[in-house]
Design a protein around this ligand. Sequence first.
Ligand code: FAD
Ligand code: NAP
Length: 467
Amino acid sequence: MGFVKIAKRCLSTRKLYLPRVCIVGAGPAGFYAAMHLHKKMNGVHIDIIEQLPVPFGLVRYGVAPDHPEVKNVINQFTKFAQQENVNFYGNISLGRDIRLQQLREHYDAVLLSYGAEEDKTLGIENEDANNVLGARSFVGWYNGHPRFRDMKVDLSGSTAAILGQGNVALDVSRILLSPVDALRKTDITDYALQSISESKIRELYLVGRRGPLQVAFTIKELREQLKLDKCKTVWREKDFEGIAATVNDLPRPRKRLTELMLKSLSEMDSTATDSDHKLFKPIFFRSPQAFLIDDNKKVTGVELICNKLVGNSIEDQRCVPTRDTERLNCDLVFRSIGYKSVNVDNDLKFTSGVVKNDKGKVDISNDNLAPVFVAGWLGTGPVGVLLHTMGNAFQVAKLMCENLKEVDTFKGGMEEIKKMMTKPSNEIIEWSGWEKIDKYEIEQGNKVGKPREKVTSVPKMIEIANM
Ligand code: FAD
Ligand code: NAP
C-alpha cells in the first residue's frame, strides 16, 4: 500500500503510531536528548546514527585521558543504549551517506547533534606552516581519533606556544608538561605515549589576547596545571598590574580563579634554574599577528601584537592593538581558539557558526516533511561543559515531545534509509558491533595496564565488529 493510502487510512480511523525519531551524532547531546525522549514519550523509537563506527563523541575523543572520572558518563549512555526501542547505527555520516531530506521523509522528527568538527582559524600569515597545529587535531591525535592518527607531531624542539587560554589549551598544556609516567595508566593511545615520552619540550607559553581577568579556563583545570610534578609556573609580573585591587569586586568564580593566579604569582621562584623542571609560562595582552618560518616552511616563532583593553565591564572588555610588537621564538605552535561546526547538508542554514534555530527548533523549508531540531554544540556553539550540553539537550528534547504529540502516519525509519544507501550492510555498525570493539579495546589495554587501548582505524573497527 502506498504512503498516501496508509496516511489517508490512518487519518480516517485516527490510528496513531509510536513516533520514530532519528538522532544524528552519538555524542553527549544526542544521548542526553534520547534519554529525555525515552523517559517522557512512552514507546518512542529512537535511531542514533553516527559517522564513526563508535559512539560517545568528545567524551571519547576530546576529554583528556587523565580525566577518567569525566568519562564515567559513558556507563549511563551504555545502559540506555541497551533498551529495546533504541538503536545505534555507526559509520553512517549525514552529508556523506545520507541526506537530511531522506531522514525527514522516513522519520517523524530529526534531531541534529553532530557537534563541531573543525577548528576556528586565525587567518594570519603562514598559518599553514609545519608545526602549526590545531589543538583540536592534537587532542584527536592523542585520543586516537581515526582522522588524526597519522598526523605528524614533532616534539623534538624545546619550546611550544599555545594560542588561546581556554580549557582545551590547558588540556594540551598538561598533556605536554605532565611527567610521562602519569599518563601510562590512562587510555592515551600507545603512539602518543611513545612520542610524548621522547618529547624535548621544556618550555610552554600560553598566550592570551586579553588579561588575567578574562581567561577562559576554569579554576580546577588551572589548579591541576599549577600542581604538576616537576613543572614550574612563570608569570609575567607586569601582566598583573592593578589586578589585586579589583579582586574583591569580582563575581565569585572569577574571584577565586584570580586569587589562585595571584597566589601562584606571589609564590613564584624566578631564581630557580632546575633543569629537571619544565616551565609553564602564561602571557597576556598578546595577539598573534604572523607565524615566522624558516626555509623549510617550519615555524620558528610567532609575531605578537601587544594589546590594551577597552570597555568597562570586565567580561566584555575588548583588546585593541597598540603599535608594539614582540617576537616569541618557538618550535611548535598550537592554535586553541575554539571549535567550529560545519554545514553538511544544503538544506541547513547557518548563522554565527550554528544551525539557525529557535530554542532548538530548526528553521528549515518544506513543512510537509518531519520537523528538525538541533542540540549540543551544533546549536549552541562550541562552548560549555557536559553539564551545559545536558541541560540544552533536555530542553530541546522537551520541545520535541511537545511537537510530537500525535503521529498518524507510519514512517519506515532505518529500514527505508538502508535501502537508499550504497554502503554494504556489514559496514553499518550496530550496538552489538560496538560492544565487540569495546571488549577488544579493554582486553588490549589490560595487557599493558591501561583501561583500554583504542582501535584507531575504521577498517579495523569494522573488522572487529563483524567477527
Ligand atoms: P560531540 O561530543 O562532538 O558529539 C558529536 C557527535 O556527532 C560525534 O560523535 C561525531 O562523530 C558525530 N558526527 C559529526 N559529524 C557527523 C555527521 N556528519 N554525521 C553523523 N555523525 C556525525 N566537558 C566536561 O564536562 N569535562 C571535560 O573534561 C571536558 N573536556 C573536553 C575536552 C575537549 C578537548 C573538548 C573539545 C571538550 C571538552 N568538554 C568537557 C566539553 C564536552 O566534550 C562537550 O560539552 C560535549 O562533548 C558536546 O557534545 P555534542 O554532542 O554537542 O558534540
Ligand atoms: P574557549 O573556552 O572558548 O576558549 C577559547 C580561547 O581562545 C579564549 O581564551 C579566547 O580568548 C581565545 N581566542 C578566541 N579567538 C581568538 C583569536 N582570534 N585570537 C586569539 N585568541 C582567541 O574554547 P575551548 O578552550 O576550545 O573550550 C571549549 C569548551 O569546552 C569550553 O566551554 C570549555 O570549558 C570546555 N572544555 C572543558 C574542559 C574541562 O572541563 N576540563 C576541557 C576542555 C574543554 P577571548 O576570551 O579573548 O575570546
